[in-house]
Design a protein around this ligand. Structure first.
Ligand code: PGA
Length: 239
């Protein structure tokens, strides 16, 4: 595991260079993407590089980590909407190459199909991850089995509270989601992890320095052979 501590701006630039390198070497790479506030700087940088002609996603395929259950892609709180607005509409990727789990009529059987689609596409080359305050990756809340594939998940109260900042009130936050499983994430060939801000300092310490336990889902990354961890000084403060 490689740990890089830098400013959020420098992290966005350095992380974007991973995509320049990967897509330069493998233009049809399979990219795993994440939502939340953490990747926004990186997505802006990817859009800038694409506009400048330094990066092309024309042959790439993407798979997002998760989606709220009950929201369709036209809902401005859905992760499909978030990805279109913050990345896909700003780069040269054909929309049909972008995959976000469907939040409607979702069951665990249908969710498992997402893993088969990832496999059929050749597996994820580079998975982007943030972390929840409770250690979740994707929407894999504490206690999720490390052997899980894409599945549905009831969100914990702490996740609902954390995500309520994007909604009118906590009561408006969907209470369940569909998410790649821990095993789905661990199957990615490389992982690019970013955590920013003091609110993440405690959980980053547990993830990197604590025991590998299903109670801290992100701690499983200690077992992955190719992870780059980008932290700003505030998120790294307790290391
Ligand atoms: P954030 O969310 O990027 O908005 O902090 C991360 C997460 O919950 O995985």
């Amino acid at each position: 595991m490689k740990i890089i501590i830098d400013t959020p701006e420098a992290i966005a630039r350095a992380a974007a260079q991973r995509y320049v390198e990967l897509l330069g070497r493998k233009p049809d790479a399979v990219l795993g993407y994440a939502t939340g506030s953490t990747p926004l700087g990186l997505y802006a940088e990817l859009a800038r590089l694409c506009k400048a002609g330094e990066l092309s996603f024309a042959r790439a395929t993407t798979f997002n980590l998760d989606e709220y259950i009950g929201l369709d892609g036209t809902n401005d709180q859905s992760y499909r909407y978030f990805m279109d607005k913050n990345l896909f509409d700003l780069i040269d990727i054909p929309k049909e190459n972008t995959n976000v789990p469907c939040g409607l009529d979702m069951t665990d059987e249908k969710a498992a199909e997402y893993d088969r689609r990832i496999e059929a596409a050749g597996g994820i080359d580079l998975q982007l991850l943030g972390i929840g305050n409770n250690g979740h990756i994707g929407f894999n809340e504490p206690g999720t089995p490390f052997g899980s594939i894409t599945h549905t998940m009831h969100l914990t109260e702490s996740t609902i509270q954390a995500n309520s900042r994007f909604f009118a009130s906590a009561a408006d936050v969907p209470t369940s989601a569909v998410t790649m499983g821990i095993k789905t994430v661990m199957n990615a060939r490389s992982i690019l992890f970013i955590a920013l801000g003091s609110v993440k300092a405690e959980i980053v310490k547990k993830m990197l320095c604590g025991p590998v336990t299903e109670e801290v889902p992100a701690s499983v990354l200690q077992l992955h052979p190719d992870v780059e961890v980008y932290l700003d000084p505030a998120a790294a403060a307790l290391l």
